[in-house]
Design a protein around this ligand. Structure first.
Ligand code: AMP
Ligand code: MG
Length: 356
């Protein structure tokens, strides 16, 4: 019996089903792969969040865009590279460690980025009358706030180390080498690592067409358009209370925000708070009128450096420096009052503090 063209035999049916199944499996794999991929990568409306530890701080990335996952991986890789090969004096073989090891002996060849960074920091040191000082390693190691030390060094220990904290001892050769003049000099770039991390995050967002927010400890970068079209809101911590309490929100389209305060690394002895931001004039924790200062500008490294130095300088002396560097500042005073420069879009969220 002949078969009607519309009918198929049992044998034929099995092979057709097999053919269809064979076609269907790759489609299914493709679809699953796509769902898995889109589930782990970002989109215009849904961010990818990732947390790591670098620069002695928690790094939190929250990026939008189809390359968000890649951008986040590249960001953390590059931050760790800058830390380990460039600026951490603790990592043997880094530029900073090599310069420290050769102090008083010979100049050291460093990467272009380390060379440029150190030149910028020496200029900031000059511009701030020495209040910013990248050559304070001898003293910061004595106080040792990074390792939760709780000892107040003696006056003689402090004056002995202070003698080696002169940023004029940092010198540069024309062929890209860096030199610390005296054998007791030590670099400490802890004031700028978190902001540098934000600069790196910004570059990776740009390269990968992403938008989002990245924080490295007390430094934050926001960039690109937000899904709802609003500005980005960066919460400013209340320096008198626990981390989750805020004094207000800074609204930004793009930029870098860094905060320095006496609540980050500190201990209290006989009613005195000893914290990690040192006054190069006397070697002790800075005693300005400031409890915390937040700086906004278009460079993460500078926002970080400026927040540290403004904390040392206090309100009045900080204003011309902020203007010189095209930056804005928000100051919380020891008595709880708040003052800020004119260019900030700041929304106070109440609490015990008063804006003047
Ligand atoms: P930050 O938390 O960004 O304000 O930076 C504080 C860190 O910078 C300290 O832990 C020290 O490593 C370093 N540092 C402390 N005082 C100064 C200063 N006057 N100038 C430059 N770096 C400093
Ligand atoms: Mg800083």
């Amino acid at each position: 019996m002949g078969l009607c063209p519309n009918m198929v035999s049992g044998k034929d049916l099995t092979s057709l089903a097999k053919r269809r199944l064979l076609l269907f499996i790759p489609l299914l794999l493709l679809l699953t792969g796509f769902l898995l991929y889109s589930g782990f990568s970002g989109s215009k409306n849904r961010p990818v969040t990732r947390e790591d530890f670098a620069m002695g701080s928690l790094v939190v990335q929250r990026l939008y865009g189809k390359n968000a996952k890649l951008a986040e991986q590249q960001t953390i890789d590059a931050i760790l590279q800058t830390e380990n090969q460039g600026i951490s004096w603790r990592v043997e073989g880094s530029d900073a460690a090599n310069i420290n090891a050769a102090a008083g002996s010979h100049p050291v060849a460093v990467s272009r980025s380390t060379y440029d960074l150190l030149q910028t920091l020496k200029k900031l040191s000059d511009d701030s009358g020495g209040a910013f000082n990248p050559v304070m390693g001898a003293l910061t190691q004595l106080w040792n706030f990074d390792e939760n030390a709780r000892r107040v060094p003696s006056e003689s220990e402090i004056s002995e180390k202070l003698a080696f904290c002169d940023s004029q001892d940092l010198e540069f050769t024309a062929d890209g080498q860096v030199y610390l003049r005296r054998s007791g000099n030590r670099l400490d770039l802890g004031a700028v690592g978190k902001g540098l991390g934000c600069d790196i995050a910004s570059q990776m967002m740009t390269q990968n067409g992403c938008s989002g927010v990245v924080s490295v400890g007390g430094s934050v970068v926001v960039q690109g358009s937000k899904p709802n079209g609003e500005k980005w809101g960066v919460a400013v911590r209340d320096p008198f209370l626990k981390e989750e309490n805020q004094i207000g929100i800074l609204w930004l389209e793009k930029g870098f925000v860094s905060t320095s305060g006496d609540y980050e690394k500190y201990f209290v002895r006989d009613g005195v708070t000893y914290h990690h931001i040192l006054d190069p004039a006397n070697g002790y924790p800075s005693r300005s009128d400031i409890k915390s200062v937040t700086v906004v500008c278009d460079s993460g490294m500078l926002s970080d450096a400026l927040s540290t130095v403004c904390f040392v300088l206090g309100y009045e002396k900080s204003l011309p420096l902020l203007e010189q560097y095209g930056a804005q500042g928000l100051f919380v005073f020891q008595d709880g009052t708040i003052r800020r420069t004119a260019g900030l879009d700041f929304q106070p969220t109440g609490g015990s503090h008063e804006e003047k």
